[in-house]
Design a protein around this ligand. Structure first.
Ligand code: DAH
Length: 329
């Protein structure tokens, strides 16, 4: 057996096999050096040696190629084994999805009021006329009932147009005192830059057996809440009207885009309207059979708050499920 035959057999890797090649046929390899001897020989001796060397070379090349194939197959099999991926395995570091700005804003609002011990209530999306309108002092002739605004089903059932009916449901189901918030989806026939047919609100209601649930407490609660949500902003209460509260107010914050000096977002007023509120109207308490109580309520649109905190000016981009948009938040 030629000396390299044994070494080729014993090579355990491509690197080792290449080592054998260099040892015998590299620039300074032992067989290469014997090729150099040819020039010192003549005649038959030269022919003999040339024959011997070229058969050695041919033999080496065959053995080398065979072993190379064997080693490469072995290396491939090993790589397949060690790099195998079991896609059915649970992976704890899977990429997490980005939170949606509306959920994120909703969670922040809930967190604030939960820390103040407000109960979290939910109500049905399909409501009846009594809970959505009548008990909230929105009589039959009120324009909010118009087909233009409300999605109606048969039998005066409808998709709730606000979260305020949950106030009624909570008061009918519980005795005062009450401290609750209700986040949820609401529906109106509207579609433009700042309105979508489905949107979200958070309702708040506080009812006290004495007279302590008054406007002063409402103002204190909302001022602190808005500063938690928007940082160091000014808050102002503007007298307004809602059928279910008296007195009522709309609440503005100083524009967090221009700091109050006036810009496109705040229509150059320096102020942004963010929610509605008021002292619960006595007719609402009458509708649920409450006597000798005081209360205040507030309601806000989550989309509007999310647009203002995330700097988005087209509400519809929240609903287009384009991950490139969502990934920016
Ligand atoms: N329900 C009102 C709306 O959808 C928002 C609202 C205003 C709720 C004043 C309240 C409130 O509880 O007191 O526009």
């Amino acid at each position: 057996m030629d000396i390299f035959e044994q070494k080729i057999l014993e090579a355990k890797s491509m690197a080792e096999l290449d080592g054998v090649r260099i040892e015998f046929f590299g620039k300074k390899g032992s067989v290469t050096q014997r090729f150099a001897e040819l020039k010192n020989l003549e005649g038959e001796a030269k022919t003999e040696l040339a024959k011997e060397l070229s058969s050695l070379k041919a033999k080496f090349e065959t053995l080398f190629a065979e072993k190379k194939t064997i080693l490469q197959n072995q290396e491939l099999a090993q790589a397949l084994l060690s790099e195998k991926i079991d896609t059915s395995l649970f992976f704890t570091q899977a990429k997490r999805s980005v939170g949606h700005p509306i959920n994120y804003t909703k969670d922040r609002i809930i967190e604030y009021f939960r820390n103040l011990d407000y109960d979290l209530c939910i109500g049905p999306l399909v409501e009846d006329d009594f809970h959505n309108f009548e008990a909230l002092n929105l009589p039959v002739y009120h324009p909010a009932r118009d087909m233009q605004d409300t999605f109606y089903f048969k039998d005066s059932m409808l998709l709730r147009t606000h979260t305020s009916p949950v106030q009624i449901r909570t008061m009918l189901a519980q005795k005062p005192p009450i401290k609750m918030i209700c986040p949820g989806a609401t529906f109106r026939r509207d579609y433009d830059l700042t309105h979508t047919p489905m949107f979200h609100q958070v309702e708040g209601l506080v009812v006290d057996c004495g007279s302590s649930a008054n406007f002063a407490n409402l103002k204190f609660t909302l001022e602190n809440f808005l500063q938690y949500l928007f940082g160091d902003v000014k808050v102002r209460f503007r007298s307004s009207f809602f059928p279910f509260t008296e007195p009522s107010a709309e609440v503005d914050i100083s524009c967090n885009f221009c700091g109050g000096s006036g810009c496109r977002v705040c229509s150059h007023t320096g102020w942004l309207e963010v929610l509605g509120c008021g002292v619960v109207d006595s007719r609402v308490f009458e509708a649920v059979g409450y006597e000798g109580v005081s209360g205040y309520a507030f309601g806000m649109g989550i989309e509007r708050l999310a647009m203002l905190t995330c700097g988005v000016n087209d509400l519809r981009s929240f609903f287009e499920t384009d991950l490139r948009v969502l990934e920016q938040f």
